[in-house]
Design a binder for this molecule. Structure first.
Ligand SMILES: CC(C)(COP(=O)(O)OP(=O)(O)OC[C@H]1O[C@@H](n2cnc3c(N)ncnc32)[C@H](O)[C@@H]1OP(=O)(O)O)[C@@H](O)C(=O)NCCC(=O)NCCS
Length: 177
């Protein structure tokens, strides 16, 4: 079952395998692009986890261009019952000017070998609950105009298109009941 789990060194092996599948490319919703080097050893994973968890901690002094953000690993169970990382997801607690224009509140990606299994759709639904828990009334979620998988993920979760800016489709999802 798809679930959102806070980054945890106990999940290092499948997290590292997930990261490897992106072959050094950008991993949407991972927060890993801000690290100096992406090291997936035990030590590197511990550093990444500490960094990611700190982004949601009010005690952390964030750089000017960063807003507080809760990072999650999208997890599913393997046939043997062991939890396995299948993707990354970020819930930004607020919008700055760039996020309002293009980035949105929520970013995500699923590892290439686990796509088209419904993980993104279910993960976004769970992320909406997290956003509601943060007190947000509505969230902005964006995708590239040619990203059909992400467009469908957003629309299936109630996204209402506001407009397209610089090639990004900007959707609002109402969290009211
Ligand atoms: C976008 C992404 C997260 C979708 O992940 P996923 O787990 O494969 O998505 P799902 O299985 O939940 O499918 C979501 C919908 O997209 C459709 N879909 C999935 N892959 C598709 C593809 N390659 N082409 C067209 N439609 C696709 C599914 O059929 C489903 O549609 P439905 O809800 O109408 O049935 C994944 O492709 C990805 O990680 N892409 C790279 C990063 C990225 O683009 N992130 C989003 C940034 S805005």
């Amino acid at each position: 079952m798809t679930r959102l789990v806070r980054p945890d060194v106990a999940l290092r092996a499948s997290w590292a395998a997930t990261v490897a599948e992106f072959e050094g490319g950008h991993i949407d919703g991972s927060g890993l692009g801000d690290l100096e080097d992406l090291d997936t050893t035990e030590e590197g994973c511990a550093r990444a986890v500490a960094h990611l968890l700190a982004q949601a901690d009010p005690a952390t002094r964030l750089p000017e261009d960063r807003v507080p953000c809760s990072f999650f690993w999208i997890v599913d169970d393997r046939p043997d019952g062991e939890p396995e990382v299948v993707g990354h997801l970020a819930v930004r607690h607020e919008l700055n000017a760039w996020l309002h224009e293009l980035g949105g509140h929520i970013g995500y990606s699923v590892r290439p070998t686990r796509r088209r299994e419904g993980h993104a759709g279910r993960a976004l639904a769970l992320a909406l609950e997290e956003a509601r828990g943060l007190g947000l009334d509505r969230v902005l979620v964006t995708c590239d105009e040619d990203n059909e998988a992400s467009r469908r993920t957003i629309e299936r979760n109630g996204g209402v298109l506001e407009d397209v800016r610089e090639g990004k489709r900007r959707y609002w999802i109402d969290l009211g009941d």
